[in-house]
Design a protein. Structure first.
Length: 115
């Protein structure tokens, strides 16, 4: 019985040593995986921060471009309004001249102006 107990004790020691070795290997794998995940998370965080900063910069640039476009359109709008006013004044002057010519023709005995 003593021999059987010694054999079982030896088998238990071997199994315990093997289980401890397996456990140590799995812990090492888990630690390696944790380090890899941590490294990837740091890289992702850095990339996300960079993308966020670049996006903010693009938004500022776009805002500046829209503001510049607005100023340009306002400038062109003012110029076009001035041209419309000048053309309207020219049309009014041409109409006044036509009426004067028509009145002058009527005074001279003509009812029509020939052009």
């Amino acid at each position: 019985m003593s021999a059987a107990l010694g054999l079982q004790t030896d088998q238990l020691k071997v199994a315990t040593t093997q289980a401890a070795g397996d456990l140590a290997g799995e812990v090492a794998k888990a630690s390696g995986s944790h380090k890899a995940v941590s490294s990837e998370l740091q890289a992702f965080t850095a990339a996300s921060t960079t993308a966020s900063l670049e996006t903010r910069s693009l938004i500022v640039d776009l805002k500046d471009a829209v503001t510049t476009l607005g100023v340009s359109l306002s400038s062109h709008d003012s110029a076009l309004q001035a041209q419309v006013s000048e053309l309207t004044a020219a049309r009014d002057a041409a109409e006044r001249l036509l009426r004067q010519l028509e009145l002058g023709a009527d005074v001279n005995g003509r009812s029509e102006v020939s052009v």
